[in-house]
Ligand binder design. Structure first.
Ligand SMILES: Cc1cc2nc3c(=O)[nH]c(=O)nc-3n(C[C@H](O)[C@H](O)[C@H](O)COP(=O)(O)O)c2cc1C
Length: 319
């Protein structure tokens, strides 16, 4: 699968998830199965370029290509300038967020709220695509409410204005994350554009991936929440060996160490909690979550994980 002239290593991707799909998680996912990676959403406002949050979100994953950054905003010229700054730093693909339903983003009429103004969608993609020599892609939802076809229209308009791939999450903005994803709008979009389309929403297994591809006829899949606590899903999708249980514990420890070093121990240990809870759930150890949440020191977190992995191994040997 290609985005413009760039060949992707695989036809599956890790979805951008602000606060979750950061450099540590993307690094782990990349090592396991080489999914296409997109940064967490970065504001296009120049005054936010140097904030700690924006700087961390712009850090590329070592060794992972192509480097794609997602930008959010509403003003075509501001978005175009932001795209140029990213490309000057070495970014190879610019993704535009037309899908985020978060109030903080939508109040500023960005993300999925832009589906209410298709003319502006076209102008944003046009301005960004003209400003940079790299491929521009968009990520959208099915529409503003269930049943409207604004997402399909936005996808077509984006492509007409230069977008080289469209990702569609099979839910409307009004749905937020409720109900289950519906891939029929993705199929409609795919039939109407001549660039690759990725289907997104509720994919959390190989079987769910196959089902989403069959229903949508999309070229690839993008996985968000379904990869939390089980990034080895990318190994399975890639046809790589899936780590055994001790291997999974090793990945968890490496991931937690990466979070501590990337954010510093204080912020790192807070962010580690979200991921470790997902890992414990995935390993059938959700009952241990409370004990992990009580740890307030980075080294304590690592020691606890080591003890838990040994205990887990012993209880399995004994069973
Ligand atoms: C915590 C969280 C943060 C998200 N942040 C972003 C974001 O920064 N940009 C974006 O386009 N979508 C974002 N999304 C939406 C996901 O990329 C994806 O479209 C959505 O979760 C549906 O896919 P899934 O069912 O595989 O998770 C976010 C979702 C979650 C749960």
């Amino acid at each position: 699968m290609k985005i413009g002239a760039l060949e992707l290593p695989n036809t599956f991707a890790l979805a951008p998830m602000a606060g979750l799909s950061d450099v540590p998680f993307r690094s782990i996912a990349w090592q396991l199965g080489r999914p296409y990676l997109v940064s967490e959403m970065v504001s296009s406002k120049v005054e936010l370029w140097e904030t700690g949050k924006s700087r961390l979100r712009r850090v590329p994953v070592p060794g992972a290509t192509p480097v794609a950054v997602q930008i959010a905003g509403t003003d075509p010229q501001v978005m175009a300038e932001a795209a140029k700054r990213h490309v000057d730093e070495g970014v190879e693909i610019i993704d535009i967020n037309f899908g985020c339903p978060a109030k903080k983003v939508c109040r500023k009429f960005a993300g999925s709220a832009l589906l209410a103004d298709l003319d502006l969608v076209g102008r944003i993609v046009d301005a960004v695509a003209r400003a940079v020599p790299v491929p521009v892609t968009v990520k959208t939802r099915t529409g503003l409410t269930t049943g409207d076809d604004l997402g399909v229209q936005a996808g077509c308009i984006a492509v007409a204005n230069g977008a080289q791939m469209v990702v569609m999450h099979g839910r409307s903005r009004a749905c937020k994350f409720n109900g289950s994803a519906d891939y029929t709008a993705v199929r409609e979009l795919k039939s109407r554009v001549d660039v690759p389309v990725m289907v997104n929403g509720d994919i959390d297994s190989l079987a769910a991936a196959q089902q989403a591809l069959a229903v949508s006829n999309a070229d690839g899949i993008m996985i968000g929440r379904g990869a939390l606590g089980q990034p080895w899903l990318f190994a399975e999708l890639a046809g790589n060996p899936v780590p055994d249980r001790p291997g999974k514990w090793q990945i968890i420890c490496t991931h937690v160490e990466l979070m501590h070093s990337f954010y510093g121990e204080l912020a790192g240990l807070r962010i580690a909690r979200k991921h470790v809870l997902a890992y414990l759930r995935n390993l059938g150890l959700a009952a241990q979550s409370k004990a992990f949440l009580q740890l307030n020191d980075a080294q304590e977190q690592l020691d606890w994980l080591l003890r838990m992995s040994r205990w887990d191994q012993q209880s399995r040997d004994a069973a």
